[in-house]
Design a protein around this ligand. Sequence first.
Ligand SMILES: Nc1ncnc2c1ncn2[C@@H]1O[C@H](COP(=O)(O)OP(=O)(O)OP(=O)(O)O)[C@@H](O)[C@H]1O
Ligand SMILES: [Mg+2]
Length: 302
Amino acid sequence: MLIEIVNLNKSYRGGIQALQDVNLKIDSGMFGLLGPNGAGKSTLMKILATLEIPSSGNIKIDQLDLTLQRKQVRASLGYLPQFFGVYPQMSGYEFLYFIAQLNGVPRKKIHSRVMETLEDVALANARDRKVKTYSGGMVRRLGIAQALIHDPKLLIVDEPTVGLDPEERIRFRNLLSTIGKNKVIILSTHIVGDISSTCDDLAILSQGKIVYWGSPATLIQKAKSKSWVVECPEEAYSEIAAHMQIISTIPSSGMLQMRVVGEPVRGFHFAPVKANLEDAYMNFMEEQTGERVDEDMLQEAK
Ligand SMILES: Nc1ncnc2c1ncn2[C@@H]1O[C@H](COP(=O)(O)OP(=O)(O)OP(=O)(O)O)[C@@H](O)[C@H]1O
Ligand SMILES: [Mg+2]
């Protein structure tokens, strides 16, 4: 499968340009789309899912033109929106049955397809429970199930781990990487940790523009020799924070243990550490766009 996005622009009413001249090629495995709030991630996802129309530009999915051949394109993709609503009174089984009907799964095959998909997302045991009794993680997995019910080649998931506890988040990431062995997945997130372990390729969107497109390893390479840990008194926090990016802070007996990125401030002992994707993202955003990353992006990544 090959997705080619050429000179894509999207303006909303009121003059907001949500996407500016976006060019990307996405071919196999898992593709991560990273960016802060309002960067344009959901807009790009909705356009790929054929739910928003581009203002200009071209998108081809396996040679099919996304705007001219919407019906064929729709048949080959599944989409989990950022805000996924369920019918709380239905059971998981009933919900998926309903979605399978809507997606044109042949009637005779619906039962087996629903059972198979429930199995794939580890909800088989909960299939007869009303969806309103599901945990947040279970609802997200049901969201993946509804996107997969017609066995699409491409899965588009928009911020799928928001609101999940750390255990569910890891479980969810593992589920996606299993699915990614046979399908192309495009995953958007503002949480760096969602991308680090799983994605083959990633792009960073910032204010509607693609500012990075490549492998996680190449991004990490750009932050080489810029990651440090430092122990300092609490009073020194603001001095260091004024010159470097703080990745994490752990207080310990009146001192602070900090992980930081950037040029070391004089007067403290900085011990070098190997850069990870969080460090690299912080470093890149600061260098390229002058944007400071939301602290929650990193908090949630832990
Ligand atoms: N339907 C709409 N009408 C007008 N403006 C919109 C609409 N949808 C999004 N926008 C604007 O377009 C820009 C990009 O929004 P989008 O939702 O694509 O960002 P995002 O990266 O998904 O953000 P988040 O991380 O908060 O989900 C924002 O400035 C947003 O306010
Ligand atoms: Mg969004």
